[in-house]
Design a protein around this ligand. Structure first.
Ligand code: 26Q
Length: 755
């Protein structure tokens, strides 16, 4: 499409000249143009097609991304600017589809982008939630949650005439299919298939995000479930999962038959990737449907095992889904006999309770079913996969060593470089040509410029500009002014104790004391947080409260606030991440070693020229290997030390608290007069007790190492900007291996064999 054609089309759709259009009108018109263009790249599928089935697709806003992938972005931007309109304001018009909690959902979105870009036949299957993850606001330094409706009149999710019957608790429902086009970068167009009921009714919503949990017809797809340890209403999650899985399985079979399958050969037509245990019921559901169509049970099991593969995203035992049998008996009675039979097969063969699907307390272990009845189980970073093999899933690894494999996560460079950091993208292109956009390994060519002063200066200047842009965005959004000349250290990810935002909190209190004592940092510091806490996760919310309260205490203290500022981004989401990541100097990846399966934010920051301060956990290990120890700040216990400490069961936080005056001082400060003056005593005391008497994620043993490494980073940053820029450049040049294009190519070569 030429620029002139684009202009004519816009004018035709809006029925007036561009200058007099509102942003809403422009958005709608561009959405239509984008859809028309992307439809031209839909390709017929022959052979094996992938279905990536996931309860979450954290796709984020789509307009700019799709325009970039279709090669229309620059023309649209110029056209708007020529008519006095800005792309940034246009983007504000689009509601963000927050259809995921965090890493797992965002990974699914990156994978769809890479599949389409690599010209592979691969669709997503998920749910069309009416509200994405809750909207977060702060009130009295506390998190509040409100519903986040994202479906306006013009949504990317197009309603189809296709409906599938789904039986839930013995009642019949109709799952309607909606489709979102997934455009690849100079590639094909695939599809994200989302299912929904026609009968959803937002009037069942009460205060905040509470709603009447009883009326399935009205509430089933109303909300995305927050990553939650809360039991209340969990049964509704089974309803959601089965709606997705049953409609999805019917669609997969129908699609295969249409393309010539006799179902015995289903594996030649379909590959199903199960994204964590949330869609695990697809296994018994496919078996059920195949036997219904006349295939013998044993053969159906064999077919499904060949078709399906499973990805594990967590090492936290408490996060592995297990459902009380009576839940499943209530919601999906048609599956229970099949799950029972699968369990018999396993028990007869192995006679080992540790690998049974149904345990002695009548809980159904979804991950166990996945490992037995798929041909591949993968972890999401090298360390994670090793821990699965050697400890967490060792019983299974011994049975099926050949099924276990690693697929280190990745991110799409189209959104996390081209879209969010156009200035850096243009500069890289000037240095090494455009090849890196589709072949990320070409970033290596940047290493040749590591000692080129002109290049390093420009890298620093771009970072400076991105910090300025972030500061303006923050000012407009939250009315907060930050010092653009300070060092920006950012920790943005879900709020979880294992991710240890509380360790960062203790550091900031420590700094507060140091500054008070006249020990000034070498450079002013701005500590930025972005994080949502699950509504029922009490301690996570207490950590948010403590950080907001500390931020207020520091802001009110002119002696300290010149040197230290804490900023908490309200309602962290994909759009916010796109503003924060390019502006970051130091990326905080400080989970307790062995607990973060991979992390993907770590990759995004690195790609945008931040240095990492991190533990040897998840993909940090691979980042450290890639950039070398002089280009990263590593600290803390190793995963082996942590695992040993847990095994010994002798960690006593109180001893660390008593033995170290800095730790004691920092923890005591939580309930100081200053903090109690600005915050709530209940929350602050509860967090303090948790740290002294429990500290399940071993914050205190890593405290001193963290302080030392972080202060080293501040000093290096302050004293030698050129060297810092050089190390940033090396980080960018080594980021190629963390492209999701690489990840998807590996999945395809080793698991899917598509086409
Ligand atoms: C479970 C039961 C009930 C309600 C919610 C849930 C639930 C929802 C979401 C459990 C887990 C999740 C999300 C997990 C997740 O995002 N895991 C992250 O996956 C990333 C991609 O592989 C990794 O990089 C992160 O390390 C991992 O934490």
């Amino acid at each position: 499409m030429t620029k002139k054609e684009l202009e004519n089309k816009l004018i035709e759709l809006c029925k007036k000249n561009i200058k007099s259009c509102s942003y809403e009108e422009l958005y709608t018109a561009l959405l239509n143009i984008t859809e028309e263009e992307s439809a031209k790249h839909v390709e017929a599928v022959t052979g094996r097609k992938l279905y990536y089935i996931s309860a979450e697709f954290l796709i984020g806003k789509l307009l700019s991304n799709n325009l970039i992938n279709l090669g229309l972005y620059d023309d649209v931007k110029k056209l708007l600017e020529a008519n006095g309109k800005s792309m940034a304001e246009l983007e504000e018009t689009e509601p963000e589809p927050s259809l995921g909690n965090g890493g797992l959902g965002r990974l699914a979105a990156c994978f769809l982008d890479s599949l389409a870009t690599l010209n592979l036949p691969g669709d997503g299957i998920g749910l069309r939630y009416h509200c994405g993850l809750f909207r977060q606001n702060f009130n009295n330094n506390l998190q509040n949650e409100t519903p986040d409706f994202w479906l306006g009149d013009d949504s990317w999710a197009k309603k189809t005439e296709k409906v599938y019957p789904v039986s839930l608790a013995g009642k019949n429902y109709e799952a309607r299919l909606y489709k979102i086009a997934v455009t690849g970068y100079e590639g094909r167009t695939n599809c994200l298939n989302l299912f929904d009921l026609d009968t959803i009714d937002p009037s069942v919503i009460g205060d905040g995000i509470s709603f009447d949990k009883n009326d399935i017809e009205k509430n089933l797809t109303l909300f995305l479930y927050p990553d939650d340890s809360d039991d209340a209403g969990r049964i509704l999650r089974i309803y959601q999962q089965y709606l997705m899985v049953s409609a999805g399985a019917q669609m997969i079979l129908e699609d295969a038959v249409e393309r010539g399958s006799d179902l015995h050969d289903l594996a030649d037509y379909a590959a199903v990737q199960i994204n964590d245990t949330h869609p695990s019921m697809v296994i018994p559901e496919l078996i059920r449907l195949l036997t219904e169509k006349g295939i013998e049970f044993e053969e159906a099991v064999e077919i499904v095992t060949k078709v399906c593969a499973y990805t594990n995203h967590t090492i936290l035992a408490e996060a592995l889904e297990k459902w009380p049998r009576h839940f499943l008996e209530t919601v999906v009675p048609q599956l229970m006999p099949i799950i029972e039979k699968l369990n018999h097969i396993v028990c007869d063969k192995y006679n080992d309770q540790a690998v049974a699907i149904i345990d002695q307390w009548q809980n159904v272990h979804m991950a166990n079913m996945d490992i037995h009845f798929t041909h591949s189980t993968n972890g999401v970073a090298a360390l994670h996969t090793e821990i699965l093999k050697n400890s967490e899933l060792n019983h299974f690894y011994r049975l099926y060593p050949e099924r276990f494999n690693n697929k280190t996560n990745g991110i799409t460079f189209r959104r996390w470089l081209l879209k969010c950091n156009p200035e850096l993208t243009a500069y890289i292109e000037k240095l090494i040509g455009p090849g890196f956009k589709k072949d990320a390994s070409e970033l290596e060519k940047l290493a040749a410029f590591a000692d080129d002063e002109k290049v390093l200066k420009q890298i620093m200047k771009i970072k400076k500009n991105n910090k300025k842009a972030f500061a303006q965005w923050l000012e407009a959004k939250q009315g907060i002014t930050v010092n653009e000349n300070s060092m920006f250290m950012i920790q943005s990810k879900r709020l979880h104790e294992y991710k240890r935002q509380q360790l960062n909190l203790l550091y900031l209190i420590h700094q507060y004391y140091e500054i008070k004592a006249g020990h000034l940092p070498k450079k002013p510091i701005t500590a930025v947080f972005g994080a949502k806490a699950a509504p029922a996760y009490t301690i996570a919310k207490d950590i948010i409260h403590a950080l907001l309260t500390l931020s207020e205490v520091i802001a009110a203290d002119p002696e300290v606030s010149k040197w230290l500022q804490i900023v908490f981004i309200e309602n962290y989401n994909v759009a916010a991440a796109e503003k924060m990541i390019p502006a970051c100097d130091l990326s905080e990846q400080i989970s307790l070693a062995s607990k973060e399966a991979s992390g993907t934010g770590n990759m995004k920051f690195m790609l945008n020229g931040a240095l990492t301060l991190g533990t040897m956990d998840g993909a940090n290990v691979e980042i450290a290997e890639a950039v070398g120890e002089e280009n990263i700040y590593i600290f803390g216990q190793s995963s082996n030390q942590v695992i040993r400490r847990y095994a010994q069961g002798d960690y006593c936080a109180k001893e660390w608290y008593e033995a170290d005056s800095n730790i004691k001082r920092a923890i005591n400060f939580l309930t100081s007069e200053a903090m109690l003056g600005a915050g709530c005593a209940d929350n602050l005391y509860r967090l303090q007790n948790e740290l002294i008497y429990k500290d399940w994620f071993q914050t205190l043993p890593d405290f001193n190492a963290y302080v030392v490494r972080k202060n080293q980073a501040v000093e290096d940053y302050a004293l030698n900007q050129k060297d810092w820029a050089k190390r940033a450049l090396i980080n960018i040049s080594k980021a190629g291996q963390f492209s999701s294009d690489r990840t998807i190519a590996e999945y395809n070569d080793e698991i899917w064999h598509l086409g």
